[in-house]
Design a binder for this molecule. Structure first.
Ligand code: AMP
Length: 219
């Protein structure tokens, strides 16, 4: 299979993480979630991780320069060189978008659209495995008492899924990330996909939209 280079946009609670994992499996590309990378750093308790945790818990974006270091290093690794990437959570600002396209071409950027009224309800029910990042919800819990089906880790609510942090993240998305989404659209790289519906239905919709675009760019 040809390697693909995908970017996923979507406001918090749109199902971006769940769908990114499914798409990464489908296309055989590494799933690169900057949120997961930062949460791992925060959990390991290093000085950098503790600093990152302050931003995470407040729902604030980390400085662009920090994120560019994180992503620049990640994109140089062998798995990305061989298999492309699915970026989940990066870029989140216009300067990050510009810097990304200086580092690498992108085949398709996807905007997973879900109305704000729906995402707030979804976020309050969201649960995540502290160890591997697998995503669950109160409506769809792990089989065994909040123990992850995948790795046996503890399944908990994210520290930044509090009402204040959620509000800050939605505001950051509207102010900082939507201009980056528009920037990809101006370059003809964006497809918009309706994120409302059952998980598998939305995954199928995403695959059709992405395949359509890959065929169009000769992928
Ligand atoms: P996510 O898991 O994608 O919702 O990201 C969780 C948090 O990580 C965000 O609210 C930010 O604090 C931080 N973060 C993740 N990606 C970025 C990024 N590209 N730029 C700045 N901050 C980020």
């Amino acid at each position: 299979m040809k390697r693909v280079r995908l970017v996923m946009f979507g406001r918090q609670g749109a199902g971006k993480g769940t769908q990114s994992k499914a798409l990464a499996r489908h296309y055989g590309a590494p799933h690169i979630s900057t949120g997961d990378m930062l949460r791992d750093a925060a959990n390991d308790g290093s000085a950098v991780g503790l600093k990152a945790k302050e931003y995470l818990d407040a729902g604030k974006l980390l400085p662009d320069a920090v994120m560019l270091d994180v992503i620049g290093e990640r994109l140089e690794r062998d798995d990305v060189v061989a298999n492309g990437f699915l970026l989940d959570g990066f870029p989140r600002t216009l300067p990050q978008a510009e810097a990304l396209l200086d580092l690498t071409p992108v085949d398709v950027a996807v905007n997973l659209e879900v109305p704000e009224s729906l995402v707030i309800a979804r976020i309050s029910g969201r649960r995540i495995c502290r160890s591997c990042g697998a995503i669950y919800s109160t409506a769809d819990p792990p089989a065994d008492d909040w123990t992850c089906n995948v790795c046996g880790g503890d399944v908990v609510q994210r520290d930044d899924d509090t009402p204040d942090a959620v509000a800050a993240r939605l505001e950051a998305y509207a102010e900082k990330t939507l201009p980056a989404v528009a920037w990809f659209a101006e370059r003809g790289l964006l497809v918009v996909v309706d994120g409302v519906g059952a998980t598998e239905v939305v995954t199928d919709r995403l695959v059709s939209a992405i395949d359509g675009r890959l065929a169009h760019v000769g992928g």
